[in-house]
Design a protein around this ligand. Structure first.
Ligand code: UD1
Length: 310
């Protein structure tokens, strides 16, 4: 993406801030984040960056922003990303995870804004506990939390706005993304940020379950490349894509790999599986592969780069 006006919501968070780093050299980037989870230090310093500390749930603000700036590309990454939080506050988080995104779509539709594409970030959470592996975009969905329900419904809105109103859109289902700037502070942060933090700061790590559970861990740089590819590809239109590696790794093995990278051992406290945890997860990524996507980071290389960034 070059010489464009780009909006990134949720830009101070983990995925958003890494995306902004990739865009900022060649584009004018407007970022909106209420800093409820993101950190302003995650954002680069640049004359091309325009930061608004605002909630996307401020509908009027967002509508005015969209009309004023006439964006070429819009990345909708802002969300209450903690599944647990959405279970405690389903109605409140729904406003952010769904209504605020619908407000963006409505503003574009009603004002006939000429956007090249809108990308919405959804989650592998939409597949829920469906045991079919690997998960294909056509696999049965089973959203088991307000978080997953909102992600799935908003995906469908985004796709429908594409089909019904001719607004180019695309949606992504992220699997387990890891890498620099992922905040390890919450127990619901990505597990690898928590393990890395425990290793780096010599803290104990609580392992929920046997460690045999598997995940498809994808390095942030590969995710950023996928986001840009999906934005630019004409074939990625009004549909949804898994963003992952297609490889399945048992959590315990990944912890051992990280220990080797750190040349340290982490003290592990064993605990019962978390309620609602899924056992195994891996994506079929042939749909995005067909667009030319290829993950560049093996788990080993990704873990090394991540640990060095701490
Ligand atoms: C991830 C997403 C979640 C989404 C789900 C859908 C993150 C942070 N979460 O959850 O939003 O709904 O995919 O597929 O990306 N674990 C520990 N100790 C810890 C933390 C986690 O043992 O301190 C374990 C968990 O119990 C789980 C595994 O590590 O078995 C991965 O956990 P987590 O990183 O939270 O990701 P998912 O559960 O896959």
């Amino acid at each position: 993406i070059r010489n464009s006006r780009v909006l990134v919501t949720g830009s101070a968070g983990f995925i958003g801030s890494n995306l902004v780093d990739a865009l900022i050299g060649d584009n004018e980037v407007v970022v909106v984040d209420d800093l409820s989870m993101g950190r302003v230090e995650n954002l680069p310093q640049s004359n091309n960056l325009h930061f608004f500390k605002h909630s996307i749930a401020d509908f009027k603000f967002m509508s005015e922003l969209l009309k004023d700036w006439k964006f070429d590309y819009i990345f909708l990454l802002a969300a209450v990303a903690s599944v647990a939080d959405t279970i405690v506050r389903p109605a409140e988080t729904h406003i952010i995870n769904q209504d605020a995104n619908l407000n963006v779509l409505e503003t574009v539709r009603i004002n006939k804004l000429d956007v090249k594409k809108i990308l919405f970030s959804s989650s592998a959470a939409v597949y829920g506990n469906n045991p079919e592996l690997p998960k294909k975009e056509t696999s049965p969905i089973d959203p088991l939390s307000p978080y997953a329900v909102d992600k799935f419904a908003t995906e469908r809105f985004v796709i429908d706005y594409g089909r019904l109103y001719d607004i180019p859109t695309v949606a992504t289902r992220f699997f387990n993304v890891y890498g620099p700037k992922q905040n390890p502070k919450s127990p619901y942060s990505g597990v690898l940020s928590i393990v890395s933090d425990a290793l780096y700061n010599a803290k104990k790590f609580t392992l929920y379950g046997s460690g045999m559970q598997t995940r498809d861990f994808v390095y942030i740089d590969d995710v950023v490349n996928a986001l840009i590819l999906l934005m630019l590809s004409d074939k990625a239109l009004n549909t949804v894509f898994n963003v992952a590696t297609g490889e399945q790794h048992p959590l315990m093995e990944v912890i051992k790999d990280l220990e080797r990278v750190a040349s340290k051992k982490v003290e592990i406290l064993m605990a019962d599986s978390r309620i609602g945890d899924i056992q195994n997860s891996v994506a079929d990524i042939s749909k995005i592969r067909d667009l030319g996507y290829k993950p560049q980071f093996s788990l080993q290389n990704g873990l090394e780069k991540y640990y060095q960034s701490l």
